[in-house]
Design a protein around this ligand. Sequence first.
Ligand SMILES: Nc1nc2c(ncn2[C@@H]2O[C@H](COP(=O)(O)OP(=O)(O)OP(=O)(O)O)[C@@H](O)[C@H]2O)c(=O)[nH]1
Ligand SMILES: [Mg+2]
Ligand SMILES: [Zn+2]
Length: 296
Amino acid sequence: MAEDKQKGRITKGVGGEYTIMLENGSSILAAPRGILRKQKVVPTVGDFCYVEESGDPDIPYVIASIEPRKNLLIRPSVSNIDVLIIAVSISDPEPDLKLVDKLIILCAKLSIEPVILLTKTDLSEEQTEILRNEYREASFQVYETSNTSMLSEEQIHEIFSGHTVGIAGQSGVGKSTLCHRLTGMEHIEVGDISERLKRGKHTTRHVELFPYENGFLIDTPGFSSLEIDRIGIETQDVVKGYPELLRIAGKCRFDDCRHKGEMGCALEESGISQGRLNRYREFLDIMIESTRRYGK
Ligand SMILES: Nc1nc2c(ncn2[C@@H]2O[C@H](COP(=O)(O)OP(=O)(O)OP(=O)(O)O)[C@@H](O)[C@H]2O)c(=O)[nH]1
Ligand SMILES: [Mg+2]
Ligand SMILES: [Zn+2]
């Protein structure tokens, strides 16, 4: 067995076999070395790793070690994400803003930069404007696509250059469509929503990293729900998804003000929308209740 270790990145994993892109750009197949299993380290798409030749012609490499992760998303399982595009469609399906805000909170927790992508803006200009304003005012980057318009070269560069970028959002918002239009790659599955609901077809099931713009693009399977108290979020993390509320830190009378109607609260200075405020308070209540019941 060759002693030389080569650095690479896991781009795909199916049935215990991993596709790894080496630093020279070539892709190889590898199986994890037994010691990783003993250490209970599960190789994950997105991991940086070292591989060695195995001597086995079927799977010519073994994963010798895995580098520490910057972050790890579970369900879908993917690591080392820099930017998360939170795709939200103007209609079909109806926007799930609770999911959007939960994903933002998760991003804050995992040191991922969230950007909002409004998709299917062709379906309602009015609704597009409402959502654009709501999230811009909360200080997020908001991008838009429709059936006739795509991200500009400049926007693509802004989002992707050198980054590992995930795309999340409800099933049917157009994540695969975007990946397909960005990369021109045919094998990314795009589904018809009525078809999907009927037969579960075309929905993206595997996580895979695609090289793109000096970085990687990941089409993640749809998140249909995400329970705030089951994703590793703690009560004090909730506010971190609300930059509007972080802005007034220190301005409320009480240092530990939760902006839930306390005396001397500076909420009015935050500029938060009623919708975002309601969601913040709802998540906070869920977290407080969950902590009360199950403990931290
Ligand atoms: N009107 C309109 N339809 C779109 C647009 N983008 C995507 N669609 C349609 O929306 C449907 C769902 O798109 P997908 O790209 O498969 O959605 P997805 O987010 O990958 O869904 P999952 O893989 O199930 O998570 C397809 O029928 C697309 O043609 C758009 O900008 N405008
Ligand atoms: Mg898809
Ligand atoms: Zn307050």
